[in-house]
Structures are given as structure tokens and as C-alpha cells.
Design a binder for this molecule. Structure first.
Ligand code: PRX
Length: 659
């Protein structure tokens, strides 16, 4: 079918937004014809396509011998074997000699308006070298793990790049996680050094962070040193011999501004990032050097159409994969200017994002649907106070963007004309997998559109047979791509069973989706017991095990409840120890307990006390029923295997009283 015919058929489907043809000439991918050619070529000759991309985008100290060695059985995937490179070299050093030395690499906007720091590539290079020398002095070497538990301050980016310079593996723990969550992550990766800060500045408040680190370190035998960035003015207790201040370390006389980079193998580990799964323990997703960086740079270039004079802003927190790939590694590998923001969208007013767009004349803006929905509620007048005319491409990530939010974003931020790239991907995929290309793809609000060139996304039934057009099924990727995770840290069995056992010869994403007759993907949500709260993945099992660790709780079941702004919110059913009577104090106590065990993001919004949970005769909790109750539905499906159907009636009543 010709491109025109295809577009005609798309237009019959409802609202379609066509790409701006005037921009096509300059775009990285300038039309669906070009997309089709690339996609076909990349699928037919993946080694040729990805080998070329890796050579174009990265500087290699020695060439790779092979592009891909794939074995789905073990499973084991090796990209660019034999190639040697270094991530900090690619993100910094080479830009010192390619004309970008004095270009802004990082524009940091602190929470207080007057706190702005701009790092040119040269300045960032200097800081990274200095901190790499500090880490070296602490004994950190190639392969060692370094945990980073920090707010959105430039030192976080500096620490990441310093690790990569030495070939150390960073493991970033989102600063909103509790000391217990931090402890288990540090312990799992056996990090030698922790870098943290005294405080997080958030919505006008100073929240102490170091006490969490202290608490965690009580039970982290692997950590020898803790380096603390001073961000707030709060008192901090320092442990003699273990703790030191970043500013003291970096300014020490023996710390120089030059630090040689390690030549790393393409498959050397780059970072670990923990993500929730369907069992209690978070998985340490491992990404490696050459493939990850190639993929982060490639997708940043194609999906956001980044050009040299663009100001690019991704609003995510670096504690999540989006920040890793699209604040730090992708943009810096390309030599782009990346904005990093410490604050929140709603403080001091719900116009902070637009004010920043105007202030730095941001061209490319990447955020999450939950932010759009929250700002939508505040009214569009907030968006009108600023000149948003610099914007060229808008992006969305983390969950499906509902058409209403899409249209609001398009109209009020995009002036009714800018492309919105709705990007589907995961911590495990390293980078964007399904997304529109801004000057090529006709857009359908609510759909992440087509798989990127070379990404073989399919929808299949449980038995692996292909689902028909618009038939819901499992989203799988049946060809390897360079950004794919390489293992679950310390648990290869779990790597295999979670991702490669469901469907032979394919990666299983864990999402349900459908693909329409035009090849557009519509993501429906997780198929496992993982819920998506404000674009963040939370394992229900993790919250349940936190709840049952409370002395008064015998059983807990957690489900996601649809929420207007957050997408989903956490709803917990809790059975108390016999003799315990629920009251407001206990309710508060349980919420505080979960905050302490995991962090504020995991706090249940609703806790329903229940005498019993719906179980099958074999004792398995029927979550399907629990989910239906919070959705307000009475379509429970087959409940004939329930041991005690009466439980359901009680739960429905309890739910009505609560909501
Ligand atoms: O369910 C999908 C949803 O977020 C999950 C991945 O979460 P995480 O690893 O934390 O990474 C989030 C940022 C990449 C996916 O399995 N998800 C992510 N992006 C989208 C999405 N669902 C629908 N549309 C998206 N654009």
C-alpha cells in the first residue's frame, strides 16, 4: 500500500494527527516510507543495521568482532563482542574535540528558582574526572559496585559518569525509597561505596536523607565508605572513618582534574537498576556498556529528533530508567544539551514546568501522563502565562496516555500542532521500543504507534500463536536489540524464568496489548501483579510482604485501583491478627509502616480491613475478584472455585464504606 493510501485508511479510524511535512527534510527519519525501509532493512539484516548504528554513534577504541551472539536457551546475548569503549569517554571526552567543548552539557535548575548551574562539556569533564579520582582513592576499581542514593542534583550525574570512567557499576536507588529498601538493594549488589546527600529539597521543604542512609548502612557490610553531598542546611551526623563530605573529597590537594578512562569491553556491566517484579524481591536489572549506550543514543536521536542546538528536557527522576537513558546517557552521548530539574511540577505553582520551558527555551520536552493529568486539573490558564514557542517535540512515557490528556497536551503545550511521541519501553529494554517518530508517524492519541525500526514487537496468545488485529494478547519482542537487559543481578534463573520462558525465542514484556490493522500498538497494562502508580512500577507482592511484616497483620492482598491522576493507586485488603480491632490509629500506623519499609510511593491510598480474603479451595487468593471490587464492577467471572463465596459480599460492602 502506498503511503497516501495508508494514511487514508488511518484517517478513517478516528482522530489522526499528521506529521509536519515541512520538517521532514531535516528530520532523522522523515516519513513513513523512510521508516518502512529502515524497519525492513533492520529486521532483515539486524547485524548490518545495529553494527552501523554502533559505529556511527559511539567511538570505539577497538572494533567489535561480531555484532550479535544470541542464545535464547541459556539465555545469553552479546552485542558488539570484542569492541572496547568507555561510556564517560563517549559522553564527555570526545565532545571536547568535536566543537562542543564550551557547549552546555547540563543545565541544572534547582528547586529554588535562583539555583541554576550550567556545566559545559569541559566543566562536566573536569568534575567527573575529579570525582572519579575520589572514588579511585577510596579503592573503587573496575567491576566494583557503587550505590547512589541522591536527589536530582548535578552531583548525581557526575557520580554516574565517574563510575563509568573507572568501569565501576552504579546502582541508583531512587531517593524516595526508604532505608529498608535502600539496604536490601545495597546488600544485593554488594556495593563498596555509597554516595548520598544530607537532604532532598522538595516542594519548599528540606527532607533529611542522610538518616536513611545511616539506618541502611547499619546492615550493609559491603559498604566501606559513604560520601555525602551537602544540599541542605540540616544537621548531619557523620560516622568517623566511614563518612566524608563530597566537597572535602573533591577539593583535596591530591585530587586532580584528569583521570584516565578505563577501556571497557562492550559487554562489561554498566549499571544495575532495581525494578519491581511479581514476587517480593526487586530485580537488579543489569545493563552493559556498548549495547546500552548505542541504544540510548540511537533512540534519543531518532525518537526526539535531537539536533545540535536543541535544548532537551526530560522531567523524570534519574532514580528511574527514564532518567538514566534520557537525561544522562542518550543526550550526553549525542553531545546534546540536557536540562535536569530538581523540583516538582506543582511547586510553587502548577506552572513550574512551563516557566522552565520558557526560561531555557526548551525545544524537546519529555514527561509522563500523570503529570499532564495533574496539571490539566489546575486549568489551562497556567500554560498561557509563558511563551512555549520554542517547543518542537513532546514526549510521554510510563503508562498509556489517555486521549483526553493527549489532546490537552497537544493543544495547550503543543499549540495544536506539535507531535507527541508516546514511548513504550521498560527498565529492562534500556530504551524506547515502540514510539512514533516525530516527523514521520501519523499519530493516534492513546497509541504508542509503531515499533521502532529493528524492533520486532508482536502480540501473541498464551500458546504463542499470533493474535489477530485488535485482539488483546501478550506483548513480546522476538528479536534481540542492543539495549536489552543482560541478566538479573545474581539471579540468572530469574532472568530466564521472568523474560524468556513464557514464549520460545522471545522476550516477554509482561504487558498486555493489542495491535490494530495499521500495526499500531495499544498498550493495555501489566499482566503480572505489578501496578503502575504515576508511571512507577510497584510490585504488589513487595507491598504485601511489607504489610504482613507488621505485627498486627496476618494477611494482605494489594491491587491497583483506577485513579484519575495517578493512573492506578494502591488499594490494600488487610486481615488483622485475631482479637485486633481496626481503628484510625492502626490505619495510620500501617500506612506509616509501608512508608518506612519501602517508601512514600508504596503507601496504600486505601486500606480495607477484611475478615477474610477470597480464596480458592487450594488457598490461592483470587486477585481478579479483588481487582473487580475496587473497579466497582460485579463481573467477577467464574467464582465456582471459591472456598467461601460469602467473603465477596462482605468485601463489596467494606469497599463501599471506604470509597
Ligand atoms: O506497563 C508498561 C508501562 O510501564 C512499564 C515499565 O515500567 P518501568 O520499567 O518502570 O519503566 C517506565 C519507563 C520506561 C511497562 O511494562 N509503560 C511504560 N511506558 C508506557 C507504558 N505503558 C503504556 N504506554 C507507555 N508509553
Amino acid at each position: 500500500m502506498s503511503e497516501e493510501k495508508k494514511i487514508e485508511s488511518l484517517q478513517k479510524d478516528g482522530q489522526i494527527f499528521m506529521p509536519d511535512v515541512e520538517k521532514r527534510e531535516e528530520a532523522w527519519v522523515g516519513g513513513m516510507d523512510e521508516y518502512e525501509v529502515l524497519h525492513k532493512r533492520a529486521l532483515e539484516d539486524p547485524e548490518g543495521y545495529w553494527g552501523e548504528r554502533a559505529t556511527e554513534l559511539l567511538t570505539w577504541f577497538s572494533d567489535f568482532d561480531s555484532v550479535l551472539e544470541a542464545d535464547y536457551e541459556t539465555p545469553e546475548f552479546k552485542w558488539f563482542s570484542g569492541g572496547r569503549t568507555n561510556v564517560s569517554y563517549n559522553c564527555l571526552d570526545r565532545h571536547l574535540v568535536d566543537g562542543r567543548r564550551n557547549k552546555a552539557a547540563l543545565i541544572w535548575q534547582g528547586e529554588p528558582e535562583e539555583d541554576v548551574r550550567v556545566y559545559t562539556y569541559q566543566m562536566l569533564h573536569t568534575e567527573v574526572c575529579r570525582f572519579a579520582n575520589v572514588l579511585k582513592k577510596k579503592g573503587v576499581k573496575r567491576g566494583d559496585r557503587v550505590a547512589l542514593y541522591m536527589p536530582m542534583i548535578p552531583e548525581l550525574t557526575i557520580a554516574m559518569l565517574a563510575c563509568t570512567r573507572l568501569g565501576a557499576v552504579h546502582s541508583i536507588v531512587f531517593a524516595g525509597f526508604s532505608s529498608i529498601a535502600l539496604q536490601s538493594r545495597i546488600d544485593d549488589s554488594a556495593a563498596r561505596v555509597l554516595v548520598t546527600s544530607d537532604a532532598v529539597l522538595r516542594a519548599g521543604k528540606t527532607i533529611a536523607l542522610k538518616p536513611n542512609a545511616d539506618e541502611a548502612l547499619k546492615d550493609c557490610p559491603s559498604v566501606e565508605q559513604c560520601i555525602v553531598v551537602q544540599r541542605g542546611t540540616n544537621d548531619v551526623s557523620m560516622v568517623e572513618g566511614r563518612d566524608s563530605w563530597w566537597h572535602d573529597e573533591i577539593n583535596a590537594e591530591d585530587i586532580t582534574s584528569e583521570c584516565p578512562y578505563e577501556e571497557m569491553d562492550a559487554e562489561d556491566p554498566l549499571f544495575i537498576l532495581y525494578t519491581s517484579g511479581s514476587t517480593g524481591k526487586p530485580k537488579g536489572v543489569l545493563h552493559t556498556t556498548g549495547g546500552y549506550l548505542t541504544y540510548a543514543a540511537h533512540t534519543t536521536q531518532h525518537v526526539f529528533d535531537v539536533k545540535d542546538d536543541d535544548v532537551y528536557w526530560c522531567t523524570a527522576d534519574i532514580g528511574w530508567i527514564t532518567g538514566h537513558s534520557y537525561i544522562v546517557y542518550g543526550p550526553l552521548a549525542l553531545g546534546a544539551t540536557s536540562v535536569m530539574f530538581e523540583g516538582v511540577p506543582s511547586y510553587p505553582n502548577p506552572d513550574r514546568f512551563w516557566q522552565i520551558v520558557d526560561k531555557f527555551k526548551v525545544n524537546i520536552f519529555y514527561t509522563a501522563p500523570t503529570v499532564i493529568r495533574a496539571l490539566m486539573r489546575e486549568g489551562e490558564e497556567w500554560t498561557r502565562k509563558y511563551d512555549l514557542g520554542s517547543l518542537r517535540v513532546l514526549g510521554s512515557v510510563g503508562e498509556p496516555i489517555n486521549p483526553e490528556a493527549w489532546l490537552w497536551y497537544h493543544k495547550n503545550i503543543g499549540g495544536g500542532k506539535l507531535p507527541i511521541v508516546d514511548t513504550w519501553w521498560q527498565t529492562e529494554t534500556g530504551g524506547i521500543m515502540i514510539s512514533a517518530l516525530p516527523y514521520a508517524t501519523p499519530l493516534k492519541p492513546g497509541s504508542a504507534t509503531r515499533a521502532l525500526p529493528g524492533i520486532s514487537a508482536k502480540i501473541v496468545r498464551r500458546d504463542g500463536s499470533p493474535a489477530g488485529p485488535n485482539e488483546g494478547g501478550h506483548l513480546i519482542i522476538d528479536k534481540p536489540w542492543p539495549g536489552m537487559l543482560r541478566t538479573v543481578w545474581g539471579d540468572p534463573e530469574r532472568y530466564k524464568s521472568t523474560y524468556f520462558s513464557g514464549f520460545s525465542g522471545a522476550y516477554e514484556a509482561g504487558d498486555g496489548a493489542r495491535c490494530d490493522e495499521d500495526g499500531y500498538f495499544w498498550i493495555m497494562g501489566r499482566l503480572d501483579d505489578v501496578i503502575n502508580v504515576s508511571g512507577h512500577r510497584m510490585g504488589t507482592a513487595e507491598i504485601e510482604s511489607a504489610l504482613v511484616a507488621h505485627a498486627d497483620v496476618t494477611e494482605a492482598a494489594v491491587v491497583g485501583m483506577p485513579h484519575e491522576v495517578k493512573g492506578e493507586t494502591i488499594y490494600a485488603y488487610v486481615t488483622l491478627r485475631s482479637g485486633m480491632e481496626p481503628d484510625d490509629d492502626l490505619l495510620k500506623d500501617l500506612k506509616a509502616w509501608v512508608r518506612k519499609e519501602i517508601g512514600p510511593i508504596a503507601t496504600p491510598e486505601f486500606i480495607q480491613f477484611a475478615d477474610g480474603l477470597p480464596k480458592t479451595r487450594s488457598g490461592k487468593i483470587m486477585r481478579r475478584v479483588l481487582r473487580k471490587i475496587v473497579e466497582g464492577s460485579d463481573q467477577f467471572g467464574d467464582t465456582s472455585t471459591l472456598a467461601d463465596p460469602g467473603v465477596v459480599t462482605d468485601l463489596i460492602e467494606g469497599n463501599r464504606d471506604l470509597i
